[in-house]
Design a protein around this ligand. Structure first.
Ligand SMILES: C[S@@+](CC[C@H](N)C(=O)[O-])C[C@H]1O[C@@H](n2cnc3c(N)ncnc32)[C@H](O)[C@@H]1O
Length: 318
């Protein structure tokens, strides 16, 4: 998800700016007082009976059917190739290892990890995103090898401790939680020690231009204090709080949650989204990728990237 925007879907809105072994047959914690009942059927674990959807769910449910279409262009193909290149070194060595795609959306990364031979769990807070992921994996012939969980990143109590050997949280789902730290601690819990989390965050510094365009110094001052803003979608009932981070912030946050940073990259440092016409030829795409990769780990250059991607190893917190 990138902050502050153009169209009304996740990453493009530049808002300010199996049966897997991991799933408990019953919830770890009982919840006598609410309707969040976890049930398992046809390989799906869903939170049932919640009458009211949150703003995050409403928004993502609405955009789910046209989500892939919004990212179907040369810039996002170039961007996705970089994401995969940065993710690949962290995939588990063992074929069939259990991995979880958190905030999976329509299953772009789950699909790739299934193709690479892993046992994939797709997890998202939006039921309609999960439905889209299921149809995509079905078309790919991989639906039977995937599990689906509807949950909030901040409460994945239906998943056992240490269930997975890799977690991805790409497209910034952590930004949509009210406490990214709480969510990261949950992610740490469901990962085995030494397993890796690969996650992306909206870069707070990239949003500065948006506030300048608004011409409101006080608003920018407030934003820079904690990086909090709201998702700028038209419907007020779909506007949810969003948290952005600086590269340094991302490092501190994941360390606080029980991880050790093993890679931190700006993505993308070159503002190719504005210059997507430069990406039409295959050779040009390769040349721009080479330059992007030269810059992406440079601390200074990272400040101007739209997103920060981190790979972090789960350390022993016993
Ligand atoms: C920008 S989309 C990214 C989808 C996918 N990971 C990708 O890279 O294409 C963010 C996804 O995170 C999900 N999400 C947002 N907040 C969440 C939360 N608190 N818990 C779980 N999923 C969440 C949304 O429903 C949405 O599918």
């Amino acid at each position: 998800m990138s902050v502050f925007a153009v169209s009304d879907t996740c990453q493009s809105v530049h808002r300010v700016t199996g049966w897997n072994q991991g799933l408990s047959s019953s919830p770890r914690k009982s919840r006598p007082d609410d309707a969040l009942q976890t049930v398992s059927s046809a390989r799906t674990i869903v939170a049932m009976g919640k009458p009211k959807r949150s703003a995050v769910q409403r928004y993502h449910d609405r955009v789910a059917p046209r989500y892939d279409h919004s990212y179907d262009d040369v810039f996002w193909q170039w961007h996705d190739a970089l994401t995969w290149d940065y993710l690949k070194p962290h995939l588990p060595a063992q074929h069939g290892a259990a991995v979880v795609d958190l905030g999976c959306g329509t299953g772009k990364w789950a699909a790739k990890m299934l193709k690479s031979g892993y046992a994939v769990t797709c997890m998202d807070i939006s039921q309609r995103m999960l439905d889209q992921a299921r149809s995509k994996l079905d078309r790919q012939g991989d639906d039977v090898r995937a599990d689906y969980v509807q949950a909030d990143l901040m409460d994945m109590s239906m998943i056992d401790d240490g269930a997975f050997e890799l977690a991805t949280a790409l497209g910034d789902p952590l930004a949509c939680t009210t406490s990214p730290l709480r969510a990261l601690k949950e992610i740490r819990r469901i990962l085995q020690t030494d397993s890796v989390l690969v996650a992306t965050f909206d870069n707070r510094l990239a949003a500065i231009d948006y506030f300048l365009e608004q011409g409101d110094a006080a608003q920018l001052d407030r934003f820079l204090r904690d990086g909090r803003t709201n998702w700028l979608t038209k419907l007020t009932e779909e506007q949810f709080p969003l948290i952005t981070h600086t590269p340094q912030n991302v490092r501190q946050l994941v360390e606080q949650a029980g991880f050790e940073v093993i890679d931190l990259v700006g993505k993308t440092v070159l503002p190719m989204r504005k210059h997507r016409h430069l990406l039409s030829e295959a050779k040009a795409r390769r040349d721009w990728s080479r330059l992007e990769k030269k810059l992406c780990r440079t601390a200074d250059a990272m400040g101007r990237a739209s997103h920060i991607q981190v790979a972090a190893r789960a350390v022993d917190i016993a």
